[in-house]
Each structure stands twice: as structure tokens, then as C-alpha cells.
Design a binder for this molecule. Structure first.
Ligand SMILES: Nc1ncnc2c1ncn2[C@@H]1O[C@H](COP(=O)(O)OP(=O)(O)OP(=O)(O)O)[C@@H](O)[C@H]1O
Length: 327
């Protein structure tokens, strides 16, 4: 049983293709992640699936409802927590929840019961009468998630759920999201540019770049596919080194980057001496060498030749956080 099916989805803004022929399925009860750098097309995809944006072409259904012809039913069956904060700062947490419940026409008794239950779930019940403007970033996100669940959606959309939060708060929020999925069986689709977040939370991950899915699987499988280990070598003579070692039989894949060479292979410790010896026989200097288990960053690098560039992302985080504070 699929919660979401997407077939050849495309979104163009003028001549620019932001989402380019995406196809995937999400099973009921799954936590599915769209991982990619800024501008990859993640938010645009989520906006189309949640009916906030019309696709240029392609098809998708959410909880069995067509996103093009059955917008109301899609909306009623999903909860959304998007990047830009939409809480009313001048209201308390309870009032924010209550307002949302009224919008969805949830009867008073049920509403009161659900609000109490959800505020407890996200551990905000003792702060329910405090104004949201006194809340920290992490508390606000938890409240947004609780609010998104008030009308009992089957699918929850989380767009960059931990954007701009400190690592401790981020960890805390991951626990809530995992708990929601396990205890309530809610299907979750989330976007992130934090590899650790995708790794920790998602049953399956679609790595997206320039509007296209470049790889999709479980985190473990994606990492295994590029070799059991990764050796990263930094050398000013990396072109020569690349030519010298590229045909070694143990090497599963080898890539040349701006400042390094990455090698995917099994049992790296067995082969590292051979690589170093070949370099020294040719008089090639190695500046540094490291061995590690593949990460999702290695997977991204493997498919795109680039890194997800956390630094750039964090500049954007800061800008967004400043916008939030100003509101
Ligand atoms: N309304 C719009 N008009 C024109 N271009 C747009 C519009 N919305 C998004 N884009 C462009 O589409 C591309 C994908 O944007 P999108 O927001 O989906 O990326 P993203 O992967 O979610 O990254 P981010 O986390 O930065 O939002 C970007 O190049 C963006 O500039």
C-alpha cells in the first residue's frame, strides 16, 4: 500500500526546470527523505505534493487522492510543517493549536483532548499558556509539528524540520519524529540537506540534485554500493597518482576531485600499503591519506562530483533564522 506515488513529475518556472521528471513511491508507514543541496528542487516537490503548487506535467497521488484533481482531499489527509514559520507569535501555544483546530472544524471536545495529547507528546504541555514569542527555536518547531498533527493526518510533510537549530535540539527533534512514526504509524516525507538527519531518520532516501533523483535506496545500501571503505588522498600530484593507481584490481571505483582522489574498495587497510608504495615508486608525494566508512556525502560526491556543501547551507540557515526573528 502506497501513501504517495509520483510519476514523471515536472515543474518549470519559465525556462528553468526546478523539478525534472521525478518518479518514486512511498509506502505507508515509511519515513522517506529527499536529500540534496540548496536549490535541488526539494521544496518545490513538497509544494506540489501538498497541492500548494501546480505541476507543469506528470502525476502524483497522496493517500490515493490525485494532487491535480482532488486538492481538498489531499489537503485534509496531510499535515505540513514548512520551512518558514507560520505560528502567531502573539498567541500562546494552546491558542495557536486551537485556532488551527477551528480551521479544520474539529469539534470542541475532540479538539481540547487532541491539543492536550499532542502538547504532551512534544513536551510542551507545561508551557502551553506561554506566548510563542517567548519560545526557543526548538520549541517552536515542536509546536509546529504538534499543530500539523492536530487533524490526524496520515502523511506528514516536513520541509527541513531542523533547519537552523543547534545540534542538541536537532537530536531531540529527531527523537520526536521517530517516535511519531513508530507510535502513530504516520508516513513521513521530509526534506533535508543534513546528511546525518537523513541517515538517522529515513527508511529510504532519494538523493536529489538539479531537480533529478540521482540515487534512491536505504542509507546502508547507498553507502555499500560505492564500496565497503573509502580512501581519500590529498596530493598536489593527484593526476599522476590517479594514472598510477587507477587500474589496481582492488579498486571498485576511483574519482578525481579538485583537491583529492577518493577510492571506493573493500578492506581498505589491506590495500593501502600497495597504493602508498606505488605512489612512492613514481616519486609522487602524498600530503594526507584517510580511510573511512562511506557516508552519504561520499554517495553524493560519487554521483555528482560535488559535495553537498554544508557551509553554504549554513549561511542560508542563518539568513532564514534572521528572517524568522525579524517577523
Ligand atoms: N517561484 C519560483 N520562481 C522561480 N524559480 C523558483 C521558484 N521557486 C523555486 N525556484 C527555483 O527552483 C530551484 C529549486 O528550488 P527549491 O526551493 O525547490 O530547492 P530546495 O532543494 O528546496 O532548496 P532550498 O532548501 O534552498 O529551498 C531553485 O533554483 C529555485 O531558485
Amino acid at each position: 500500500m502506497y501513501a504517495i506515488t509520483v510519476e514523471n513529475l515536472v515543474k518549470k518556472f519559465g525556462d528553468f526546470t526546478a523539478v525534472n521528471d521525478l518518479s518514486f513511491e512511498i509506502k505507508s508507514g515509511e519515513v522517506f527523505g529527499l536529500l540534496g543541496p540548496n536549490g535541488a528542487g526539494k521544496t518545490t516537490t513538497m509544494s506540489m505534493l501538498s497541492t500548494m503548487l501546480k505541476p507543469t506535467s506528470g502525476k502524483a497521488s497522496v493517500n490515493g487522492f490525485d494532487i491535480r484533481t482532488n486538492e481538498d482531499d489531499v489537503r485534509k489527509s496531510i499535515g505540513i510543517v514548512f520551512q518558514d514559520q507560520s505560528l502567531d507569535e502573539e498567541l500562546t501555544a494552546y491558542e495557536n493549536m486551537d485556532f488551527h483546530g477551528r480551521l479544520y472544524r474539529i469539534p470542541k471536545n475532540t479538539r481540547q483532548k487532541k491539543i492536550a495529547e499532542l502538547l504532551k507528546l512534544v513536551e510542551l504541555d507545561d508551557k502551553k499558556d506561554n506566548l510563542v514569542k517567548t519560545y526557543s527555536g526548538g520549541m517552536r518547531r515542536r509546536l509546529e509539528i504538534a499543530r500539523g498533527l492536530l487533524h490526524e493526518p496520515k502523511v506528514l510533510f516536513l520541509d527541513e524540520p531542523t533547519l537552523g537549530l543547534d545540534p542538541q535540539t536537532r537530536n531531540h527533534l529527531w527523537d520526536y519524529i521517530a517516535k511519531l512514526n513508530q507510535e502513530k504509524g504516520i508516513t513521513i516525507i521530509l526534506t533535508t540537506h543534513y546528511m546525518e538527519e537523513a541517515d538517522k531518520l529515513c527508511h529510504r532516501i532519494a538523493i536529489i540534485d538539479k531537480g533529478q533523483i540521482i540515487a534512491m535506496d536505504t542509507s546502508e545500501k547507498l553507502k555499500n554500493d560505492i564500496g565497503g571503505d573509502v580512501i581519500t588522498i590529498v596530493s598536489s600530484e593527484r593526476d599522476n597518482l590517479y594514472s598510477a593507481i587507477k587500474s589496481l584490481p582492488a579498486i571498485k571505483n576511483i574519482e578525481l576531485h579538485d583537491s583529492s582522489i577518493t577510492i571506493g574498495l573493500q578492506n581498505a587497510e589491506k590495500h593501502v600499503a600497495q597504493i602508498v608504495n606505488m605512489a612512492s615508486e613514481k616519486g609522487i608525494l602524498i600530503d594526507s591519506l584517510s580511510i573511512h566508512k562511506p557516508t552519504l556525502e561520499d554517495v553524493f560526491l560519487h554521483f555528482t562530483g560535488r559535495t553537498i556543501r554544508e557551509e553554504e547551507a549554513s549561511t542560508k540557515d542563518k539568513m532564514r533564522m534572521m528572517q524568522r526573528v525579524r517577523r
